[in-house]
Design a protein around this ligand. Sequence first.
Ligand code: AMP
Length: 218
Amino acid sequence: MKIVMLGAPGAGKGTQAKMIAAKYQVPHISSGDIFRSNIKNGTELGKKAKEYMDQGLLVPDELTVDLVIDRVSWDDCKNGYILDGFPRTIPQAKALDAALAKNGSGENCGLDFAINVDVPDENIVRRMSGRRACLKCGATYHTVYNPSKKGDVCEVCGEALVLRDDDKPETVQKRLAVYHEQTQPLIEYYDGQSILKTVDGTQDMNDVFAAIVRILEA
Ligand code: AMP
């Protein structure tokens, strides 16, 4: 099961990706998490990526593509994976297709689904201001829709939760503009490959998940 999650920043695709990964026992691969862990560890890649992320811009393809394509070649991806936040541009999608075509054959070749979690812009801005993240273990919460049971600290590891720099309102507007310009064309791209499935992301997260499971098990 190879799945790509599509949707605007804040559409809830990360939450859904984690739920799918847990149910079907495949790795959840988030390019944003990979960058954030590099930032936290002070790597050269992290320093470069942060300059773009803090402005709401995409990290350039040349810093992103090899990183993610290498990750999906790991052993734990043999039975599939959920890609969350990658691809985000048409060249990234083409690079992924080319890598899959090169490495796979038969059933192993190509993506199975591109799941588009559809949420209008006006809902996104409201949602993102309530997002809280644990920078230690990567868990994400929402003050209204998915609060931590431990209040201001992470349920998993106890670290204080924060509003990520890239979730601040001015950055969110920029990220939405970047999404429409660079990432939204992927909807048409995957529709052209007949693997696009769209779910209504404005529903309760458990209803969104149920809709995704129906698609995967149809
Ligand atoms: P995310 O956690 O997926 O919302 O990603 C946070 C930020 O990381 C994005 O706003 C981008 O700056 C950067 N990023 C994550 N994935 C990609 C990607 N596939 N291509 C370019 N930039 C990315």
